[in-house]
Design a protein around this ligand. Sequence first.
Ligand SMILES: *Cc1c(COP(=O)(O)O)cnc(C)c1O
Length: 287
Amino acid sequence: MLQIRGINAVSIVAPSDHSFPLAKVAACLEEDPGITHLCFVHCETTTGVVNPLRPMVELATRHGVRTIIDAMSSFGAVEISAREVPFDVLVTSSNKCIEGPPGVSFFVASLQTLHSKSSETNSFVLDVRDQWRNFEQTGEWRSTPPTHVVQACAKALEELAVEGVVRRGERYASVRDAIIRATAPYASPLLEPRHRSPVCLALTARDVVQTQEDLDALYAHLVEYNLYIYTKLHLPTRSFRIGCMGCIDPLWIRLLGTAFEDFFSASFDESGNHPGRGITELWKKAI
Ligand SMILES: *Cc1c(COP(=O)(O)O)cnc(C)c1O
């Protein structure tokens, strides 16, 4: 996105199964005083890692660098306090932990950022600041509002207020732990417990699920049980992921355990060896 808009950027590459290396970020900020903004993901949805929000913002602030946080998959289930963590902009949307329908994105920004004269955008559609000014001045959307979606989001936010962010996070964490227990004989969590977010779980079953084709077979198998997981294998870690967000019935998790048992026990041959990719062929035939 930055490239398209002609904005210079350096990226800090780090393994996706560990939280952000603060020392690397610090070194980068020290080396390059030209850096004005630090943009990072709070919960890395690929693996479920939660990155250290407060230390990252504090580090950036010490260097006079503005912070932009992608909190898409944490907002609503992981506590974030704008009073305690002085980030500049946080972006999220209606369709993950807020449990609303897709279609509305939100941002939380400091008034200083909103009032600053610098960095006016040359995009109409992406000009959230102009939309904010319009709301403040006229109470109106700049274009036809998506009324149904907004009403459903308002309802979702009401329900979030009743449940509370902490309790929602705990509910997701108990779903995550139940999935770990249900799939334990066949799959293991990619991350160490201290890195795991409550919102999604990355699993590995490296003897059997090694390639995208293997995951396609598992996916097709789960569909037979009316269970749907994320479709893509993360190749660097050979992990696949299951979301814990939303209203998950404990019965579905028991069903997942049974479905895993059926799938993975089929992959042992008489001598107890995994035929590995053989199972893919088996399921291709079955489908
Ligand atoms: C889901 C997700 C996105 C994309 O959200 P959309 O609703 O597709 O715009 C971006 N970043 C993270 C970390 C996500 O989890």
